[in-house]
Design a protein around this ligand. Structure first.
Ligand code: 6PG
Length: 482
């Protein structure tokens, strides 16, 4: 009997996905560039299963049922192109290549188009959930050649995480690089969620002077509220984890955040598309700032260490912090969905936002109870332009407003950096202000560069220039917006 699917790349994600597919009754053919890895896998974790090995790409191709489905679980970038180049001459028209890595979506756009010309279908799929997710149920976000989806769907939906109603956290996202785009936004949101949690931790530790056991208890409690999520849950575990000397391990970890690039891509895309994705972008910058460790140490000496004590009833502050975190999280997701909406419109992807929320409901790093509410919001209004306008989320934003402002103001007053929580509030203040000071900005542009402006008392699209100084002349520059 031939194999149902081939997987190339036997690093931990690849191995675990294969084992997961095997558990669901699929016959998987496993290949790795280094042959020893195949043997190690077959004699190790895959021993006693139906998994078979392939020591060359030709052997892999020969061992697969038609149309062949070959999933690449290799490092994003050139390695993917190099495997595609080697595979294509061995494949038949209608065969399917799947890239399950964290690929930047323009690469997927390019690969879908290039392979289409050769009659090969290509799927670029986000896979989230880390090692454990891959093994027991990841969130899977496939996009690319729609013709390929019916062949891949049963396998992907079988191995994916399931919601509490047993719905698979995997569905077709859209054409071209839509799957990888949605995975990129997932990761951006992951950056935002993580940053928000770290801001709450710093407020509790430095501001409220709480111990790690106290903070752990707070996160355990928060996890029983609307904040219920994987990231809140692992934070409580981390805060309770003691090093061999009995001290919290987290305080021994160097405070410089790493990043592999997906958050940065999200920010870059937001700038390209003109979407005010402030919270995620602040989270990326917060990681950048953290990595300037030596400069920060010097600057603290230069400016003096801040005494950031927050006075007042601790329990009241903790509840205020919870509300600020929840409200900021709503803004982060609202911004993320705004970005997806814009990308969907620009690229004709026809994204189903309720389905995206469903795919993120389980298995992935940002999985949370909250995503069910997002799904409900898009069920009510599939074209919702701002998540915060949905009645459930609007209610939370309104109820949290006073606590959120108190936390933001206090953080500024005592000098605890909370870039994401404060930028989220600033965003909402801007978004809910009918008249912003951009009129003055337009006047400035027109003053120094004759860039023209529109008037509130004239139809939109009519542009005016004023000779502000009497010396600049009446000629205006061309009007265009990038
Ligand atoms: C996931 C994660 C994963 C990502 C890591 C590390 O969905 O399983 O998003 O894909 O690679 O979270 O990302 P950074 O190194 O950029 O923090």
């Amino acid at each position: 009997m031939k194999g149902d699917i081939g997987v190339i790349g036997l690093a931990v994600m690849g191995q675990n996905l294969i084992l997961n597919m095997n558990d669901h009754g699929y016959k998987v053919v496993a290949h790795n560039r280094t042959a020893e890895k195949v043997d190690e896998f077959l004699q190790g974790p895959a021993k006693g299963t139906n998994i078979v090995g392939a020591y060359s790409l030709q052997e892999l191709v020969d061992k697969l049922e038609s149309p062949r489905k070959i999933m690449l679980m290799v490092r994003a970038g050139d390695v993917v192109d190099s495997f595609i180049d080697k595979l294509v001459p061995l494949l038949d028209k209608g065969d399917i290549i799947i890239d399950g890595g964290n690929t930047n979506f323009p690469d997927t756009n390019r690969r879908v188009a290039a392979l289409k010309e050769k009659g090969i279908h290509f799927i670029g799929s986000g896979v989230s959930g880390g090692e454990e997710g891959a093994r027991f149920g990841p969130s899977i976000m496939p996009g690319g050649s729609p013709e390929a989806w019916p062949f891949v769907k049963p396998i992907f939906q079988a191995i994916s995480a399931k919601t509490e109603n047993n719905e698979p956290c995997c569905d077709w996202v859209g054409n071209d690089g839509a799957g990888h785009f949605v995975k990129m936004v997932h990761n951006g949101i992951e950056y935002g969620d993580m940053q928000l949690i770290t801001e709450a931790y710093q407020f509790m530790k430095d501001g409220l002077g709480m111990t790690h056991d106290e903070m752990q208890s707070v996160f355990i409690e928060w996890n029983k509220t609307e904040l219920n999520s994987y990231l809140v849950e692992i934070t409580s575990d981390i805060l309770g984890y003691k090093d061999t000397d009995g001290e919290p391990l987290v305080e021994k970890i160097l405070d410089t955040a790493g990043q592999k690039g997906t958050g940065k891509w999200t920010g870059i895309n937001a700038l390209d598309m003109g979407i005010p994705l402030t919270l995620i972008t602040e989270s990326v910058f917060a990681r950048c700032l953290s990595s300037l460790k030596d400069q920060r140490v010097e600057a603290e000496e230069l400016f003096g260490k801040k005494e950031s004590i927050v006075e007042g009833d601790k329990q009241v502050w903790i509840e205020a912090l919870r509300q600020a975190l929840l409200a900021s999280k709503i803004i982060s997701y609202a911004q993320g969905f705004m970005l997806m909406r814009e990308a969907s419109n620009e690229n004709g992807w026809d994204l189903n936002y309720g389905n995206v929320a469903l795919m993120w409901r389980g298995g992935c790093i940002i999985r949370s109870a909250f995503l069910s509410n997002i799904r409900d919001a898009y069920d009510i209004d599939p074209e919702l332009s701002f998540l915060g306008s949905d009645s459930y989320f609007k209610g939370i934003l309104e109820n949290s407003m006073s606590a959120w402002r108190k936390v933001a103001a206090k953080s500024m007053e005592v000098g605890i950096p909370m870039p994401s929580m404060t930028s989220a509030l600033t965003f909402l203040d801007g978004y809910t202000t009918a008249r912003l000071p951009a009129n003055l900005l337009q006047a400035q542009r027109d003053y120094f560069g004759a860039h023209t402006y529109e008037r509130v008392d004239k139809p939109k699209g009519e542009f005016f220039h004023t000779n502000w100084t009497g010396k600049g002349g009446d000629v205006s520059s061309t009007t265009y917006n990038s």
